[in-house]
Ligand binder design. Structure first.
Ligand SMILES: [Zn+2]
Length: 112
């Protein structure tokens, strides 16, 4: 089985089999990367890849996966960002159950 030489930030050059490396392409913006778990230290390594590198890896038999950005990124948002105080209040409302009371009450009002 052919070996692919890659670089781990901790161990330096390592050799990988085709099934130890994976190419990921974002179908939203075309950016690509490859990742692998270092066979020496087990750290997961991810590096950006140009199209030429993607072509070489895929033609060698490396698995190719596509992913896309979450649709929420295209939504328009209004209002100020959530503040730290609001986040803490939400935490306390979840902890004491008052958020769920408010949620049930809101759902009940919508049904009326
Ligand atoms: Zn390593």
């Amino acid at each position: 089985m052919p070996l692919i030489k890659a670089s781990c930030p901790t161990c330096g050059d390592v050799e990988l089999t085709l099934d130890q490396i994976r190419v990921l392409v974002c179908s939203s913006d075309g950016q690509a990367s490859y990742n692998f778990r270092c066979p020496t230290c087990a750290v997961r390594v991810s590096k950006p890849a140009e199209k030429a590198v993607v072509d070489i890896l895929v033609s060698a038999g490396v698995a190719l996966s596509f992913w896309r950005m979450p649709s929420e990124l295209e939504e328009e948002h209004a209002g100020d960002p959530i503040s730290y105080d609001e986040l803490m209040q939400f935490h306390y409302d979840l902890a004491d159950g008052s958020f769920f009371e408010w949620l049930s009450e809101s759902a009940r009002k919508r049904e009326e």
